[in-house]
Design a protein around this ligand. Structure first.
Ligand code: ADP
Ligand code: ASP
Ligand code: MG
Length: 443
């Protein structure tokens, strides 16, 4: 059995839902993980924001607009089949009634999580009823019944495996299984989620739990491209990536894949394939534990980076200095992305303002601290084993007219990272494409 995950745009309209239903039917008995229809989770976030600000009218107006969109989608999806439309409409209505019930009382993070869960509950209900209406024995596997996180917020893989296996046994004769991405319960049984974009993670966790033959991530583009198609024209899909390469790209900004998706698949040796719902025959990208050797595969960029420099005369020959610096970041549960050291100082980057003031105050005990905001990490990914010559030189040559604040190389065999100002991001991405891919193609 495979796990097929369809993202928001893939189920973003009645027409898309029908297309995806065809793809699902053609592929047989698999577990289908669905995101909310595109735009829905953003709107649910907006509704929650209104409620945090006690703007109940704003929330209600937004709920009405969203509900009208769903009513239209249902009309189109079930045109000519009133019985199926009513069945799906009852389920969708129950979700909207539930959201409305949360506009009445105290609004906390618990209610917010319950609101955010409704998008995936609605998309799966609609797909399930649609598949049944075309004669498929489709069954919902409720994610809230088997996806659980532990007290540290990590997925409880043992629990997921056991519960999911029991559900699959219970519905052994189904033609296909539909489940919600993104949503889960926490260790206390409350509704929670796996963070924005987390449906990819759900697919990987489900794939690992059933030891799937493959995990397919279906989206709106034909695989992982060699640069960010939102900023660079003429990018090409990459045929194959190693798990490590895919992890670096996802972590450093390639939005097509959520960074958390890679690990469960890698640990269980399950291939991940990125495919395009709009062009199902396209080859896509295969992510596995082998890859074409040598050379750069792709470039990505991670925004909103803050660089922190700690300069200390006392660092000279001072063992233990780096440990003390790292301990401060550990105390505030803040992870470091890049690091560069010299005899008189160290520069690190973080991607969040959370606890930054406390971190800076503590760091000042060790020396002079300066920070640069609005930076971007540009990450060049591929088989960059250190004995391969010329790759660093080619990347540096591409960026020769761009001021570079930090460089990191040698941390793994898979990436070189450059820290540049946000104003130089698009130029840097384009220059790297020009030098690393387009030029190579011409030669
Ligand atoms: P879904 O809703 O299916 O999860 P996402 O919007 O999360 O889809 O991811 C797909 C988008 O990722 C593409 O439309 C594309 O704009 C963006 N993207 C960013 N970097 C890359 C890349 N290197 N390769 C492919 N797509 C990328
Ligand atoms: N619907 C959620 C989001 O928009 C999860 C996902 O699509 O992966 O973040
Ligand atoms: Mg996504």
């Amino acid at each position: 059995m495979k796990v097929l995950k369809f993202g928001g745009t893939s189920v973003g309209s009645a027409e898309r839902i029908k297309n995806v239903a065809n793809l699902i039917v053609e592929r047989g008995k698999n577990i289908i993980v669905l995101s909310a229809m595109s735009g829905t989770t953003n709107t649910l976030v907006e509704i929650a924001d209104y409620l945090y600000k006690h703007n109940v009218d704003g929330a209600k107006e937004t709920i009405n607009v969203l509900e009208a969109k769903y009513v239209d989608t249902l009309k189109e999806l079930f045109a000519g089949n009133d019985e199926a439309r009513e069945k799906a409409a009852t389920e969708v209505k129950a979700c909207f009634n539930y959201i409305r019930s949360l506009t009445k009382d105290l609004f906390t993070v618990f209610e917010e999580k319950e609101i955010l869960a409704q998008g995936e509950l609605m998309s799966t209900a609609m797909m399930n009823v649609y598949l049944q209406s075309i004669g498929i024995k489709s069954v919902i596997l409720p994610a809230l019944d088997y996806v659980r996180t532990d007290k540290s917020g990590e997925p409880d893989t043992q629990y997921i495996r056991q519960k999911l296996s029991a559900l699959l046994d219970k519905y052994a004769t189904a033609d296909v299984y539909i489940t919600q991405g993104y949503i889960c319960r926490n260790a206390y049984g409350e509704i929670d989620n796996l963070q924005r974009g987390g449906s990819d993670y759900s697919a990987s966790l489900v794939g690992a739990a059933i030891n799937a033959e493959e995990i397919e991530i279906w989206t709106d583009i034909d695989g992982m491209h060699n640069n960010d198609p939102r900023y660079v024209e003429g990018t090409d899909p990459v045929d194959e990536l190693h798990f490590e390469e895919a992890a670096e790209l996802a972590y450093f900004g390639a939005k097509i894949l959520h960074p958390t998706c890679v690990l469960p698949a890698k640990l269980n040796n399950i291939p991940v394939r990125l495919l395009n719902t709009m062009c199902p025959t396209a080859k896509g990208t295969l992510i596995y534990n082998t890859t074409a050797p040598h050379g750069v595969k792709a470039v990505a960029a991670k925004d909103n980076i803050i660089a922190i420099k700690i300069k200390s005369g006392r660092m000279l020959l001072a063992y233990g200095f780096l440990r003390k610096v790292f301990e401060i970041f550990e105390t505030y549960k803040t992870s470091i992305d890049m690091i560069a050291t010299s005899e008189v100082g160290v520069s690190v980057t973080v991607d969040s303002e959370k606890n930054l003031d406390n971190i800076l105050d503590d760091l000042k005990k060790f020396g002079t601290v300066t920070i640069d905001r609005d930076m971007v990490i540009i990450c060049v990914v591929g088989d960059l084993e250190w004995r391969n010559k010329g790759i660093e030189a080619a990347a540096l040559d591409a960026l020769k007219d761009i001021p570079v604040r930090m460089i990191s190389y040698g941390g793994s065999n898979y990436n070189i990272s450059f820290l540049v100002s946000k104003d130089d991001k698009v130029r840097a991405l384009n220059l790297l494409s020009e030098h690393l891919f387009k030029k190579a193609k011409k030669d």
